[in-house]
Design a protein around this ligand. Sequence first.
Ligand SMILES: Nc1ncnc2c1ncn2[C@@H]1O[C@H](COP(=O)(O)OP(=O)(O)O)[C@@H](O)[C@H]1O
Ligand SMILES: [Mg+2]
Length: 321
Amino acid sequence: MAKEIIQIKDLKVHYPIRSGFWNRITGYVRAVDGVSLTINEGETYGLIGESGSGKSTTGKAIVGVEKVTSGSIIYKGEDITKASNRRHLNYNKDVQMIFQDSMSSLNPRKRIEDIIAEPIRNFENLTTDQERDRVQELLDIVGMPSDAIYKYPHEFSGGQRQRIGVARAVATNPKLIVADEPTSALDLSVQAQVLNFMKHIQQQYNIAYLFISHDLGVIRHMSENIAIMNRGRLVEVGKKDDIYNHPVHIYTKRLLAAIPKVDVEHREEHKKHRLAVEEEYKNDQSKWYDENGRVFPLQKVSPTHSVALPASEINEMKESD
Ligand SMILES: Nc1ncnc2c1ncn2[C@@H]1O[C@H](COP(=O)(O)OP(=O)(O)O)[C@@H](O)[C@H]1O
Ligand SMILES: [Mg+2]
């Protein structure tokens, strides 16, 4: 059995909407609205969804930089949504984040040496020489030349900056890294390099990733367990095979149908399929979402596969088996 590293239970993050002369709270953006998932040690858990579905907010809540409205995040048996628990567990050492846009997440006024050393300084007392050795070692791990330590972020390409972001994230020897669209801003060829070397580092140090992406191809390459996020909730959760070969929810089918197909032979078929799925998505909203447009609770359709369906739909599926 795989060992669990973190458990997210019914996580909600709601942002108040203020309006009018008194700037009163008139409603809430339900950015994350009841997400539960479990990540195992050393695995890559894929979180997929379109822009605005709540992926980044989920990631930020997990690393502890976003205030949680309700729910719990269990790490080493304790709920780290409480700051005091994060402190005494040294949670900020064990759990790191990599962002999509390394240009804005790496301080442009700091040299690479200081950028990578910063998280180390928070947790270890190293001499200047020891620290420099450690930074050199980290740069070496991510395949960057040693003179990089004297340079600034703008002196590197996008792919190199993502490597620096990874070096910084692994500096504290973390157990879990939340990687939020880490390669989405990169050219395809560079993307593959960074992904492969993230896998390599994972194997070497047994790091778990929560790998966030809107790109189903990237997630398929990286993850075994996958969740599909839509309107702040999970619409479908399963193994790679469940999601890619046996999708049930219309939102998942729609995402899959939108993947560009290279094979020319079946182009017409794919187009027909895509249009049919799009039609179903438009016309059958009331079947897939409740009367308020919200995603239904997840229901198990197999031991590894859950789908957000109304209870009536589940019975129908069981009867037709
Ligand atoms: N600080 C914030 N205040 C208000 N609304 C926010 C804030 N951050 C995100 N949102 C909203 O929450 C929803 C989810 O955003 P986000 O988690 O960034 O989605 P994703 O990463 O999937 O694109 C969006 O509607 C977004 O506009
Ligand atoms: Mg995002």
